[in-house]
Design a protein around this ligand. Structure first.
Ligand code: UDP
Ligand code: MG
Length: 150
C-alpha cells in the first residue's frame, strides 16, 4: 500500500477542473486520506521544488504555484504513486496522451494542472510538507474489492 501527494495547481482551480480531476482518481479506486485548499507560501514552494532550484523554469514555476490557491490531496492504494502518475500523463500537456488528465485538459508545457509524487521517497517528503499534522486513517467498506484483499 502506498500514499502519494497530489497537487491541483492554480490553473486547475481557475479553470474549474478540480472536481473532474478528483473524479479520475476516485473512479480509479484511490482512497482520499488527505484533502485541503491552501495557498502555498514561498517557503513551501522552495521546499517542494528543491530538486528544480537553478533550472530555467524554476522562478516561473514558484511564482505560478504561489499565485493563488491549490488543492493538496493525499491518495492511497496499491501502487498509488505509479498509478497516479499514469493517470496524470506526461509532464507537458502537448505531449501527454489522450485519456490522461494532462492529455485531456491542457496543451501547455508549464501550466499542466497537476503535480504527483514521483517516488516513495518524494511522496514521504512531500506529504510531510503539505500534511504535517498527518492523514485521515479510515477503511472504505469497498476495500476488499479495491485492494484485492482476502
Ligand atoms: N516545468 C516547466 N517547464 C519545464 C519543465 C517543468 O514549466 O521545462 C514545470 C511543470 O509545471 C512541471 C514542474 O515544472 O510539472 C516540475 O517538473 P518535473 O520535471 O518534475 O515534471 P512533473 O514531475 O511535474 O511531471
Ligand atoms: Mg516532478
Amino acid at each position: 500500500m502506498e500514499t502519494t501527494l497530489i497537487l491541483f495547481k492554480p490553473d486547475a482551480l481557475h479553470r474549474g477542473l478540480a472536481g473532474r480531476i478528483l473524479s479520475r482518481f476516485e473512479e480509479k479506486g484511490l482512497q482520499i486520506v488527505g484533502l485541503k485548499l491552501l495557498t502555498m507560501s514561498q517557503e513551501m514552494a522552495a521546499q517542494h521544488y528543491a530538486e528544480h532550484v537553478g533550472k530555467p523554469f524554476y522562478d516561473g514555476l514558484v511564482g505560478f504555484m504561489t499565485s493563488s490557491p491549490i488543492i493538496a490531496l493525499a491518495l492511497r492504494g496499491p501502487g498509488a504513486i505509479h498509478v497516479a502518475r499514469s493517470l496524470m500523463g506526461k509532464t507537458f500537456g502537448n505531449e501527454a496522451e489522450p485519456g490522461t488528465i494532462r492529455g485531456d485538459f491542457g496543451n501547455s508545457r508549464s501550466y499542466n494542472l497537476i503535480h504527483g509524487s514521483d517516488s516513495a521517497e518524494s511522496a514521504t517528503r512531500e506529504l510531510g510538507i503539505f500534511f504535517p499534522e498527518g492523514l485521515q486513517e479510515w477503511t472504505p467498506i469497498t476495500a476488499p474489492w479495491l485492494w484485492d484483499a482476502e
